[in-house]
Design a protein around this ligand. Structure first.
Ligand code: DHB
Length: 295
């Protein structure tokens, strides 16, 4: 499926996802009110990925909630994902109350890892704050909910975040969001390529795959088995999907490459994954999911 933010901000984008070979879709992370986001240029394709500092441009929660509710009526057998990324805890609680009180019965993805709003640190890097947010959320929210996490880079941090997440009835964890605050420079003009934040932005695409796989694997080894894992980061071909599944992902999302290729990407990835499985003699994902070997 797509990763939040990529070709999923408008009803046209979402209609395209519905008619594609993607297994599900997730809507652009919503804030309570519409936002225009950061000034352009705010996204740039790179030889092996992308950098972005979009700043949460979106049509507001009602727009996306209306869409998923209408879709749910038309296709009651399909489960999809509504992403929310409040800039404050109050924003998140307000949106989650609206979702709780609605007829929505799909998954809610609470984004704790947007790196692009100036002056607003990523919640996922403040473990005390993660706990505070989840305690407030699960005080009233009873629908299936997961969190989108930033990448972690230290074994102690994997232990700490997993211990916190295991205290809550999470349906899933989505790992990873973009690698926050990279810097891409045009050497010829001696200028940062993005305008917002002095050029700092989230890095996605092939170059982040080892970080994504490490986070999927480390969290799969630490989280309660009841918490599913969505693996996101660095997927450009069927082998990358295979590797995410081998590390323990239950579902896989694609950001940068979906941005470049659009919905035909899902046909290609399905074919490539099927070919790898056929070569290896696997007939179902369960044959290899989470079964990474170590030396
Ligand atoms: C944006 C970027 C993210 O990585 C994210 O998780 C949410 C929003 C953005 O800049 O719009």
């Amino acid at each position: 499926m797509n990763a939040a933010g990529i070709r999923c901000a408008t009803t046209d984008d979402l209609d395209n996802l519905i008619t594609s070979n993607a297994g599900a879709y997730v809507t652009k992370s919503a804030t309570p009110d519409p936002r225009v986001g950061n000034p352009s240029p705010r996204m740039k394709g790179l030889p092996n990925g992308s950098i972005n500092a979009m700043g949460l441009p979106n049509h507001g929660l009602d727009y996306y909630l209306d869409y998923v509710l209408a879709d749910q009526k038309k296709r009651p057998d399909r489960m999809n994902f509504l992403s929310v990324a409040g800039i404050t805890l109050d924003d998140n609680l307000q949106m989650l109350h609206t979702i709780q009180d609605s007829a929505f019965n799909g998954f809610t993805e609470l984004n704790l890892s947007c790196p692009n709003v100036p002056g607003k640190p990523q919640v996922g890097y403040d473990f005390g704050r993660v706990q505070e947010v989840l305690t407030a959320v699960f005080d009233f929210f009873t629908k299936p909910l997961g969190v989108k996490l930033p990448p972690y880079f230290d074994m102690a941090h994997f232990d700490q975040i997993a211990a916190i997440l295991n205290r809550y009835p999470l349906a899933f964890v989505n790992t990873i969001n973009s690698v926050g605050n990279g810097l891409v420079i045009n050497a010829e003009t001696e200028t940062a390529v993005l305008k917002p934040k002095g050029g700092f932005g989230g890095i996605g695409g092939a170059s982040i795959k080892p970080i994504a796989l490490a986070n999927v694997r480390a969290l799969r080894l630490r989280l309660n088995p009841t918490i599913a894992i969505i693996g996101t980061g660095g997927v450009v071909n069927g082998q990358d999907v295979f590797e995410h599944l081998l590390c323990g992902a239950d579902m896989v999302q694609i950001g940068s490459k979906f941005g470049f290729e659009g919905t035909p990407l899902f046909d290609r990835l399905n074919q490539e994954l099927s070919a790898i499985m056929a070569t290896k003699g696997y007939t179902s994902i369960a044959d290899f999911k989470g079964k990474l070997k170590t030396l």
